[in-house]
Write a protein that binds this ligand. Structure first.
Ligand SMILES: [Zn+2]
Length: 142
């Protein structure tokens, strides 16, 4: 059985070295779909649930929304993006360092890993960068 909960967050990023407009610093209102897969809980307060939506919301808020929302998300291995982040941090502005280029594809992998580490049985992470463009990650076999 699978359940899905949808979230949104606003972030800025850039893709340094991109051969188009994404090389520029810009922002998205990201839509995030988290799908959890598990058997149904038998008995107790959560009887008949894969996972309580309220619990899922709390974990996603803590692990993803809080660090990502209104942050400059950047590739810590990229010098130019790191220099911009250092300036923002100097001004006490919010940044989030990732270990990879901040494409929608890479961000799904990052989000999947964070939720897995938080103990969620993540089935898939789908991240919409615009209303018509999304990436989906379903684990290491992808
Ligand atoms: Zn973008």
């Amino acid at each position: 059985m699978k359940i899905t909960k949808i979230f949104t967050f606003d972030s800025s990023h850039m893709l340094d070295g991109h051969d188009g407009k994404c090389q520029n610093l810009h922002g998205h209102t990201y839509k995030l779909e988290i799908t959890v897969s598990d058997g149904l809980i038998q008995g107790g307060a959560k009887d008949g649930m894969v996972m309580d939506f309220t619990d899922l919301k709390a974990i996603v808020k803590q692990q993803i929304i809080d660090p990502f929302d209104h942050a400059f998300i950047y590739d810590g291995s990229n010098e130019r993006e790191s220099r911009i982040a250092a300036l923002l941090e100097e001004w006490n502005m919010k940044t989030l360092r990732l270990q990879r280029r901040t494409t929608a594809e890479n961000m799904t992998v990052e989000i999947y890993g964070r939720l897995q580490n938080a103990g969620i049985n993540v089935c898939s992470v789908k991240l919409w960068e615009t209303p018509t463009s999304c990436a989906e990650y379903e684990g290491e076999n992808e």
